[in-house]
Structure formats: structure tokens, C-alpha cells
Design a protein around this ligand. Structure first.
Ligand code: SF4
Length: 497
């Protein structure tokens, strides 16, 4: 029997091959951490939004094995509809194998309104219209009169004052006219989906614009598996649409790319040439010397870790605001002495004040500070200065003295093939020190990247003491490596200059 859900329907509308591959070749699905984080944020926001209109009933039910009990959910929905409940969350329906759950189904006179909750800040994403059109179609087929359709998103201008105000946190947008236009396509699309899903034959669809729109497809590696490596799709900082345009013209390998020449610039030429032929390390000594000449000892290597809660946790903060919770600081003296300082906030309270005070104590106002991709650190420090006016002058001085260790790499003063066209420190460090296990993030325990740190910090407060101690140690070790990596990168620049 044909079974489809709204997420499969949205997948199908992005590309018919996605639900087919999920069904027949699930092992090829390579979901990235950002997508996973998006799902997680969506669940958290969805739970909170249930209370948007006051009292509600929720139909979510689970089987003994932990999976959703759809039959029970549909039965509960029928019961609540017959009882005339005002707000039904996760209201569940199916029509001939087409399933959907409505985030909030709200009684509106004789009919109902659909509210679809999203953790994003933009209400007009086309995929939301696809999603809600499918829901409205199913509900109508099930005999439910749907009056209006709304998308509930996050209002990024909301400032938390200590008591969460759902009506200010969420923005409700009426998308009924858009849904009424889109719904005309649902029946035809579902017929096509049924045909595609019944076939054992993989849909013959080559990569196209939709592989990256609305979301980066998790099957991209699978669909490009027959291409040589590297290919134009590995060209760093060449937008996907341009990669695709080259590919469609038969420009596939780096040789093709250099021969074609239409999108070659200095940076891409270097990436392609060094990948084709190992030319060792390109060094522009003058450029590196000029950069080093702007620095003065002692050097302060600074790196922040942040969290970015969708639902603001601390007074005065907004949804999705980057909250610095941790920093690492290496101080390098001219004679080579190296000192390390660090700060890690407590996740049960707003860590910003303590962090700002420690930062101001650790870094003199006129210090020469190095960050890697300094915009991030500069912006966080400016925000701290705005939040704590008494520390503002000192913090802003620190910010004004930050130099960017990314500059010599971005300016093309240093390049080798190991960097693969990328200048992020996670690419530059192993390219400079390929065989140093002490600089390998994979060898860290627990936390290996900023995403893992961001995910771990908010959970600290709920951990038993021993587990928390270990997690805090992992966070500190990770952040320490970030600034130690910067010291090592600086040393290499010094060495070659
Ligand atoms: S990578 Fe592109 S062609 Fe392949 S399944 Fe995904 S969207 Fe479709």
C-alpha cells in the first residue's frame, strides 16, 4: 500500500528521487550535523508553541518500542474532534495511506485553522507552503473543513525579559491564499509520487538546482559518486549554481576547469593547480612579513565558544543570539614563553557577565589580540560591551586591537594542496602539520568541533557531577586546542617569513 507523510511529500517536491532513495537505498543517506540540529530545534520549538493559544490537548502517543503509535493518535484525534476541543496538537489524519499530523489544529467556528510551527525566522519559505498545502489537502479529504492556514515562526526581534511571552516570541502569518494556489498541485504530485515509489527502478534524475534548494540534499554524494574526485563540485567558494553550470557544459575535472577558464580566479586556480600537481607550499614572504609587522608582543590568541538558543534563556537576549559561554586564551611572549588562560561559564545561569569580567581582567585594553576570522570575536565583544556598559570602554578597546590570523591565508600568502582551497583553521592546521597527533581534533575526547560544544554546554546543568566534570574537561580541551592551533599557525608564518 502507498504510504506517504508530509515530510516525504516535501522531499518529493524537492526531488522525486529523495523519497525513492530513502526507501530503497537508505544506507546512502548522509545527513549533516546542521540538518540534525535543525530537526532538534524544530522539536523544541514545536513543544513550546503548543501553548500558544492556551489550553490544548495533545494526541502524541507511542508504542512500547518507542515509535509513534499512529493508530492511537488518529483515534484520539477523532475523539477530540467529536468532543469539540478548541486546540488539538499533533492532530493526526490519514487518507488512503496519506498521513499528516497538524502542529496545532484550532477550532474556528464550524471549521478549523491549521497552524504549522517552524523554528526558522522567515515565514515565507516556499517549502512551508508545500507542507501546509499537503496538510490541508489531507484534512479536506478526511472531511475536516479548513478555514485558514497559518505558519508560526520565531520573531528574531523578541527580547526575553525573564518571563517567556509566547505571543511575542512567535510570529503568526496567514498563508491561506498561497496555500489555496499551491493545493491545486497536490493531487497530481501525489499520483506521480505513487508511480515513482511503486517502481523498483531508480528515478533517472541528474543533479540540478533543487539538490541545494530548499535544503542541501543528503544524497548528493551518492548522486555524484561516478564523478572523478576532485570535481568542479569540490571547488571551494564557487557557488553551487556556478558549479552546476560548468558541469552541464561538460566541465567536470580540475583540468577541464582550468582549460575552460571562464570561472577561474587566482584562488580557484591555485586550488586546482595544487590539487593536480603537488607543488609543495606557496609562500609570499613579503606579504607574510607585512602581516607579522602589524603585530606586537605579547600576543593574545583568543577564541570564543558560543551557544545559540532558539528560545532565549537569558534576560536581554533574543532568539538565535550567539551567547559566548567559553573562551580560551594563549599568551605568547617574545621570548617564546606561552601561558594559557581559559573561562567556562555555568550553564544554569547567564555566563556573559562573568565571562566579560574575566576577559577584561585577562586582556589589557591595548593588547595585541589575534583571532581566526575575527568578525565573530569582534561581534561577540561588541555585544558584551552593549550588555555591560561599565565594561564597555575596556572591551571595545580589546575589540579594536584584534588582528585576524586568517588574513595571510585569505590574501593568498601561504597555500598548500592540503588546504583544499579552504582557509578555515580546521583546514589550514592539518595542512601545515599533517602528522602531529597533538594538533588533530579527531584525537580529542568528547568534543571535536564547535557544533558539539554548542550542543553539550546547555546539557551540563542536568548532568550528574562526574559526567559534568568530564564534559567540562572536554569543552576546555577543545577550546584550548583552538587557540593552541592559532599559536602553531603563527609560528609557521614566522618560520617561513
Ligand atoms: S542529490 Fe539531487 S538529484 Fe540526487 S536525490 Fe538529491 S536532489 Fe535528487
Amino acid at each position: 500500500m502507498f504510504f506517504f507523510s508530509k515530510s516525504k511529500y516535501c522531499d518529493f517536491r524537492q526531488c522525486p528521487k529523495i523519497p525513492w532513495l530513502k526507501k530503497y537505498k537508505p544506507e546512502e543517506y548522509a545527513v549533516d550535523p546542521q540538518t540534525q540540529a535543525r530537526f532538534q530545534a524544530g522539536n523544541e520549538v514545536g513543544d513550546l508553541a503548543m501553548g500558544l493559544f492556551g489550553d490544548y490537548v495533545e494526541v502524541t502517543a507511542y508504542k512500547a518500542d518507542g515509535s509513534l503509535d499512529l493508530n492511537r493518535m488518529k483515534a484520539l484525534t477523532r475523539q477530540y474532534l467529536s468532543e469539540g476541543k478548541e486546540n488539538i496538537c499533533e492532530a493526526s489524519f490519514d487518507y488512503q495511506g496519506l498521513y499528516c499530523a497538524v502542529d496545532i489544529l484550532r477550532k474556528d467556528g464550524e471549521g478549523y485553522d491549521i497552524y504549522e510551527v517552524k523554528s526558522s525566522t522567515s515565514p515565507d519559505h516556499p517549502v512551508y507552503i508545500t507542507d501546509t498545502s499537503y496538510q490541508k489537502y489531507i484534512l479536506q479529504k478526511c472531511g475536516v473543513k479548513v478555514n485558514r492556514v497559518f505558519v508560526v515562526t520565531i520573531d528574531s526581534s523578541y527580547v526575553f525579559n525573564g518571563v517567556l511571552d509566547l505571543h511575542k516570541l512567535f510570529r503568526v502569518t496567514d498563508v491561506t491564499p498561497l496555500v489555496d494556489e499551491e493545493i491545486k498541485r497536490v493531487e497530481e504530485s501525489l499520483k506521480e509520487a505513487q508511480r515513482v515509489m511503486a517502481s523498483k527502478e531508480e528515478p533517472n534524475i541528474a543533479v540540478f538546482e533543487g539538490c541545494n534548494d530548499p535544503y542541501a540534499c543528503a544524497f548528493f554524494g551518492y548522486c555524484t559518486r561516478s564523478l572523478p574526485t576532485p570535481s568542479v563540485f569540490d571547488l571551494y567558494k564557487l557557488p553551487y549554481k556556478k558549479q552546476l553550470a560548468l558541469y552541464r557544459q561538460g566541465v567536470v575535472t580540475y583540468e577541464d576547469f582550468l582549460r575552460d577558464g571562464s570561472m577561474v580566479n587566482d584562488m580557484r586556480r591555485r586550488q586546482a593547480e595544487f590539487a593536480l600537481e603537488d607543488r609543495g607550499t606557496y609562500i609570499d614572504r613579503e606579504g607574510i612579513r607585512a602581516f607579522l609587522g602589524t603585530l606586537s608582543f605579547p600576543l593574545y590568541f583568543l577564541d570564543f565558544e558560543t551557544v545559540q538558543p532558539v528560545i532565549p534563556q537569558y534576560i536581554g537576549t533574543r532568539p538565535y543570539q550567539q551567547i559566548p559561554v567559553q573562551y580560551s586564551l594563549h599568551i605568547l611572549e617574545e621570548d617564546g614563553r606561552l601561558e594559557h588562560r581559559e573561562f567556562l561559564g555555568r550553564s544554569e545561569e547567564d555566563p556573559r557577565r562573568a565571562l566579560a569580567e574575566r576577559l577584561a581582567a585577562d586582556i589589557p585594553a591595548d593588547a595585541c589580540v589575534l583571532a581566526y576570522n575575527k568578525t565573530f570575536e569582534c561581534t561577540r565583544i561588541r555585544e558584551l560591551a552593549e550588555a555591560f556598559p561599565d565594561l564597555s570602554a575596556h572591551l571595545l578597546h580589546i575589540r579594536d586591537n584584534i588582528r585576524d590570523l586568517l588574513d595571510p591565508f585569505q590574501s593568498g600568502y601561504y597555500y598548500n594542496r592540503g588546504m583544499g582551497g579552504s582557509f578555515s583553521i580546521k583546514s589550514v592546521l592539518p595542512a601545515i602539520y599533517p602528522d602531529d597527533p597533538s594538533l588533530d581534533y579527531h584525537n580529542l575526547e568528547g568534543v571535536h568541533n564547535g557544533g558539539e560544544a554548542m550542543e553539550l554546554f546547555p546539557r551540563l546543568k542536568d548532568m550528574p557531577a562526574e559526567e559534568r566534570e568530564r564534559a567540562e574537561r572536554d569543552l576546555l580541551k577543545y577550546c584550548e586546542l583552538d587557540t593552541y592551533a592559532m599559536v602553531k599557525v603563527y609560528e609557521e608564518l614566522k618560520r617561513v617569513s
